[in-house]
Design a protein around this ligand. Structure first.
Ligand SMILES: C[S@@+](CC[C@H](N)C(=O)[O-])C[C@H]1O[C@@H](n2cnc3c(N)ncnc32)[C@H](O)[C@@H]1O
Length: 262
């Protein structure tokens, strides 16, 4: 994670968990799980497991004979994920501190590695994918999902201010435009791309229990002092969006990559 980027401390981790229970993010995970196509007995590593929502959903799919491991650099996220470690009809989820660029597991330990909205935080993406390849069995597969922040369409009554806020928020990631180069990095790490799709997020009409409404507080807290955005401006930006009511509009693309370690 970039040193000056978003810190997943206790407060931010709880905010992220709340946002990720919103129906549009639940649907995003369903799409990821379709791409994962897990089978009973599969051994899966979730890199940057976060609050453990995806791990808990995968556990019944691999069943008691499977294995679900999660690593994360954030103790706060792991503490939240631990509350989900016991899943009916699945293995107990194994959680530990670890980074994408130094995965604390032996070579060829997993059939599948998944990592959603994590590599965009990683400075050394190739180093991380080399690690993913090391821990995958031959012909194992990796499933990655990342955002390109150039794809955002967010209605505002002040487009210049929206532009400044989004420019400042790009600093929360090591690479806010990772998807456009991720195919090349996967190839360099020795993976063969087998599937690529866009996962659009769309919020029309202001609703507190959506991805973008949940992001407003996280963004408003992060941007002051960056790219010339002041606290007052961030507050005004957030208030403006909430006041749009039924005219509120937000759209953003995630990109889903499935690749094989052939
Ligand atoms: C936006 S959250 C996504 C969490 C989870 N993958 C999900 O989709 O619900 C990003 C997560 O990546 C973790 N993270 C950031 N850099 C990491 C790294 N180098 N290695 C492992 N995890 C990392 C953060 O601590 C955080 O939990």
């Amino acid at each position: 994670m970039g040193g000056d980027g978003l810190q997943f401390d206790s407060g931010v981790s709880q905010q992220v968990e709340a946002v990720y229970t919103a129906p549009d993010v639940v649907e995003q995970r369903r799409i990821v799980r379709v791409a994962l196509a897990l089978r009973p007995g599969d051994r899966v590593l979730d890199v940057g497991v976060g609050p453990g929502l995806l791990a808990a959903e995968m556990a019944p799919e691999v069943g008691p004979s499977g294995r679900i491991c999660g690593i994360d650099v954030s103790d706060s996220m792991l503490a939240i994920a631990r509350t989900r470690a016991d899943v009916p009809d699945g293995p107990r989820i194994e959680l530990e501190v670890g980074s994408a660029t130094s995965i604390p597991h032996p070579a060829e330990s997993f059939d599948v590695v998944v990592s959603t909205q994590v590599f965009e935080y990683v400075d050394d993406v190739l180093g991380g994918l080399d690690e993913v390849r090391r821990v995958l069995r031959p012909a194992g597969r990796v499933v990655l999902l990342d955002t390109d922040w150039d794809s955002v369409v967010w209605r505002s009554s002040d487009d210049a201010r929206m532009g400044r806020v989004l420019t400042a928020f790009e600093q929360h990631l090591a690479d806010p435009h990772l998807p456009r180069r991720l195919g090349d990095v996967l190839a360099k790490a020795g993976f063969t791309l087998t599937h690529l799709q866009v996962v659009p997020m769309l919020n029309s009409g202001y609703d507190t229990h959506t991805l973008s409404a949940g992001l407003i507080d996280i963004i408003a807290a992060f941007v002051p002092g960056r790219a010339g955005v002041t606290e007052e401006e961030a507050r005004a930006w957030a208030g403006d969006l909430r006041a749009l009511g039924s005219s509120y509009f937000f759209s953003l693309n995630r990109y889903l990559f499935v690749a094989s370690a052939l």
